[in-house]
Design a protein around this ligand. Structure first.
Ligand code: ATP
Ligand code: TZP
Ligand code: MG
Ligand code: MG
Length: 269
């Protein structure tokens, strides 16, 4: 059974601590996929929610001290209960506060998947890379190298997205060519992807590291294929129509379509 089929059969509960820009888009995207979104931030309940979730997705898009504390409490509770944690370090490198908060989170929480654009991931591991707000700018270096370096340093799976996406555990690396550039013109394209990665890793066997890596890779291929089909169906109509059709495709793309369209290549570090 593919991970997509398992998500649709199991409806994993995804605890999101995310940003105020993408909250509704994230919840609707997860519902379309077949997962159950749950947004919960209060210090009084985040540990309890994380412990009963099937994955926890942490995002610093509109961070403040209260949310950073919520993220750390949820992350630690997830670690204690063996619940997988996805971290999206939105805008790391854009301001010292954002970078320091991202570093503080990875110091206190064992992250299972780090998902970001190349600038965010580079800044999290102390490599400089230009970032304009939440969007990656120019930098020196190779996407695969930075991803592998980050995975080895943080001992987790790293997914860097851009024109192509890279997923690696520091040893085995997959490059995914599915996607469409129009996704970058819809806010939350990356944040929802991080939540979708949470839904896919939620249904992978935690004892099987390779299975987790494959689940994250399938999540990115599935998401890119949904974007490709949504674009094919709304070409010329603008980003609003694309956004609506993209949510539709998250519910309509089947495992068979993923198998037929996936463009995945593998390499070794
Ligand atoms: P940023 O804030 O820089 O936009 P992000 O966190 O939103 O980053 P992206 O890198 O935009 O994340 O990735 C979100 C989705 O958009 C991924 O599925 C990725 O494959 C796709 N994507 C990003 N850039 C491109 C591109 N130039 N061409 C095609 N697809 C892209
Ligand atoms: N500002 C702070 S968070 C955010 C914006 C615009 C959303 C970023 O979403 P994404 O998925 O990284 O494009
Ligand atoms: Mg984007
Ligand atoms: Mg982002």
């Amino acid at each position: 059974m593919t991970f997509l089929a398992k998500v649709r059969a199991q409806h994993p509960l995804i605890h999101n601590i995310t940003n105020m820009v993408v909250t509704n888009f994230t919840a609707n995207g997860l519902l379309a996929l077949g997962a159950s979104p749950f947004m919960a931030y209060a210090h009084e309940e985040v540990a309890d929610v994380a412990a009963i979730a099937n994955a926890v997705v942490l995002n610093i898009g509109t961070l403040d001290p209260y949310t950073v504390e919520s993220i750390q409490r949820a992350g630690r509770a997830a670690n204690e209960s063996g619940v997988p944690v996805v971290f999206d370090p939105v805008g790391a490198g854009a301001t010292p506060y954002r970078t320091q908060s991202a570093l503080q989170i990875i110091e206190h929480v064992q992250v299972d998947v780090l998902r970001g654009n190349i600038a965010e991931v580079a800044n999290v591991i102390g490599e400089s890379w230009q970032i304009k707000g939440v969007d990656a700018g120019a930098g020196e270096g190779n996407m695969i190298q930075i991803a592998e370096q980050a995975a080895q340093k943080l001992k987790c799976i790293v997914a860097i997205t851009g024109e192509k996406d890279v997923v690696t555990d520091g040893q085995n690396t997959y490059t995914i060519a599915n996607s469409h550039q129009i996704l970058t013109q819809v806010t939350g394209g990356g944040c929802l992807l991080s939540a979708v990665v949470g839904a896919f890793i939620a249904v992978a066997d935690p004892a099987q590291a390779q299975e987790r890596l494959e689940a994250v890779t399938e999540a990115l291929a599935f998401y890119g294929i949904a974007a490709e089909i949504a674009y094919e169906q709304t070409a010329g109509q603008g980003t609003g129509s694309f956004q609506m059709q993209f949510i539709n495709q998250l519910s309509l793309v089947t495992p068979e379509i993923v198998t037929a369209r996936a463009q995945i290549t593998s390499s070794k570090a």
